[in-house]
Design a protein around this ligand. Structure first.
Ligand SMILES: [Zn+2]
Length: 82
């Protein structure tokens, strides 16, 4: 799994509406990739806060911003993005 693939399915990861094998791949990836681990934890916390306040609509640009931030970091550190 690459960072791009990880980000593409991030919503499903958070919703836990993914297959167990996909989840295993994700866990493998975030163990190797600190950037994605941060994104994963940040996104999960953000969503928990939104749900706690019964605000189910996430900011539409949230995923775009996370995506840009991670790709930027990976480029600089030559992470496993490609
Ligand atoms: Zn990654």
């Amino acid at each position: 799994m690459t960072c791009t693939e990880f980000l593409a399915i991030l919503d499903e990861v958070i919703d836990q509406s993914i297959a167990a094998e996909t989840r295993a791949e994700i866990e493998l990836h975030i163990k190797k990739c600190g950037h994605c681990e941060v994104v994963f934890n940040t996104t999960r916390k953000t969503i928990e806060i939104y749900r706690a306040h019964e605000l189910y609509e996430l900011p539409t640009d949230l995923r775009d911003r996370l995506h840009n931030a991670i790709m930027e970091k990976c480029k600089k550190s030559k992470g496993p993005c490609s």
